[in-house]
Design a protein around this ligand. Structure first.
Ligand code: PA5
Length: 465
């Protein structure tokens, strides 16, 4: 069950001198890689907690127990959370559940129907609440800080609705996932005696997929979280090597970093699999929020970061590929390849005499899928575009666990190469604080002044219509 990394198409012998890497470019980073590795490995015992989650037996047991109990009582799970408190669970759900899971009858799916509500768009939230049978619905409110406005707002609405519809039983319909001790939602969970699960303080939101944040919704959907965690542990063994030639995760980060140094400041992730669509979304947040930083570790202004973009093969061959092959040389493309699909789907030999149709007959749909992926790689390589491939044998809980852990470590390691802190998000906090100011939260009066200043600077000549 090995994941492989093939980066031939980043090297000069394949994409040419102008854009290709030399072996010595990579080897030059071995010393720095060893230092970053040492630092990460030392900190996994203290402030970088995501490494330890796949080994946490108590967490696994608690999640499984609660999910078993609730799966028997409910039909629907609604996950309320945003950013890191939503994307990991979604990636697992999309990756491992039937593509039409929510449409299947109960006896044909392994777990509850699951709905992820990250946005507070009222025109999407309200119709969902009106559609679901609340008696058969449980809500998982996920917020590490316990104070994110979007999630708290959603909680207030559903809490009230449940009370009105179900009376005293409303408590049984809410599970809170938050900090074990601190924060407003922890207090409410304790006061109300809601079921609750912890998010360890040393695990950041976007690194929390193997905590209760990702595990509980996954277990409720019927995902084998034991195998998911086994995959993550196996990947942890692989990434235990400080030698970059033995560590595909570090090598992948190095390719991204060297590409960035050569002006390729867009990082495209391109899985050839619909099941990895939300995985790509998860990666985008992980990469963007971790590496997009104003200052480096020394406090110097660097405005670092590469912009992550999602493309899905083959869909985006018909949308973005033209730009990738002929546009600016500002991208590095990471293909995610799945070697074996569950379904093959032979194409019938009908219309074999019709030009442009007949050649498909006798092939299978997965053959076409793979042919298009190979063709895309060749087209990019021939035009000197850096691209590499991470391949997994098939999509299983184990390989999804591997893949998620791979990218967590890649991002943490890339933080070392880019010399930024990959675990904070000061740019996001500023936006959160301004929102609190607009809505009059106590302690955010200064933010209110900033908002007033901003409103004063509206010049009518730049507003049309
Ligand atoms: O990765 C992060 O830290 C963020 O994306 C958070 O997950 C997001 O802002 C939600 O925060 P919280 O879980 O505190 O509600």
């Amino acid at each position: 069950m090995n994941l492989t990394l093939d980066f031939n198409n980043c090297m000069i012998n394949n994409i040419g001198r102008e854009h290709g890497l030399k072996l010595r470019d990579i080897d030059a980073l071995q010393g720095r890689a060893a230092e970053i590795h040492k630092n990460l490995q030392a900190r996994r015992k203290t402030d970088i907690g995501f490494y330890n989650l796949p080994y946490d037996k108590k967490l696994f047991k608690d999640v499984l127990l609660l999910s078993k109990e609730l799966t028997d009582r409910f039909d629907n799970l609604v996950v309320l959370g945003i950013g890191g408190s939503s994307l990991g669970g979604r990636a697992v759900f999309n990756g491992l559940c039937h593509p039409y899971h929510n449409l299947l009858p109960r006896d044909k799916r392994k777990g509850l129907r699951v709905f992820f509500c990250d946005n507070i768009d009222p025109d999407s939230f309200s119709p969902l609440l009106k559609t679901l049978n609340l008696k058969k619905t449980v809500f998982n409110v996920i917020t590490k800080s316990g104070g994110t406005a979007e999630t708290v707002a959603q909680f207030l609405v559903i809490n009230d609705l449940l009370k009105k519809r179900l009376g005293k039983k409303y408590r049984n319909h809410i599970v809170i996932t938050t900090d074990p001790v601190k924060g407003p939602l922890r207090k409410i969970a304790a006061d109300e005696c809601f079921n609750s699960l912890p998010v360890p303080p040393n695990v950041g939101g976007r690194y929390s997929v193997f905590s209760a944040v990702g595990l509980f919704p996954s277990a409720m959907a019927g995902v084998d979280i034991k195998k998911l965690l086994a995959g993550a542990r196996q990947m942890d063994e692989t990434v235990g090597a400080s030698d970059i030639w033995k560590n595909p995760t570090y090598m992948s980060a190095i390719l991204q970093y060297l590409a960035y140094q050569r002006g390729k400041n867009i990082s495209v992730i391109m899985p050839y699999s619909n099941a990895l669509r939300d995985f790509a979304e998860w990666y985008i947040q992980l990469w963007a929020e971790s590496l997009g930083k104003r200052v480096n570790l020394k406090g110097e202004v660097v405005n670092a970061g590469t912009t992550p973009i999602k493309a899905i093969g083959t869909t985006d061959q018909h949308s973005q590929l033209q730009l990738y092959t002929e546009g600016p040389y500002d991208k590095i493309i990471t293909f995610i390849e799945v070697k074996k699909f569950d379904n093959k789907i032979p194409m019938p030999r009908t219309y074999k005499d019709v030009d442009g149709v007949g050649y498909l007959g006798g092939h299978t749909m997965d053959e076409l899928f793979k042919a298009e992926q190979l063709a895309t790689k060749i087209a990019l390589t021939k035009t000197g575009r850096m691209n590499y491939t991470i391949a997994i044998p098939e999509i299983t809980p184990f390989t999804i666990g591997q893949l998620l852990f791979f990218f967590e470590v890649q991002t943490a390691f890339a933080g070392g190469l880019f010399e930024v802190n990959p675990f904070d998000q000061p740019g996001v906090e500023e936006g959160k604080n301004l929102t609190y100011g607009i809505l009059g939260k106590k302690g955010y009066e200064k933010a209110k002044t900033k908002i007033k200043d901003h409103s004063k600077n509206r010049d009518k000549q730049y507003i049309i219509g």
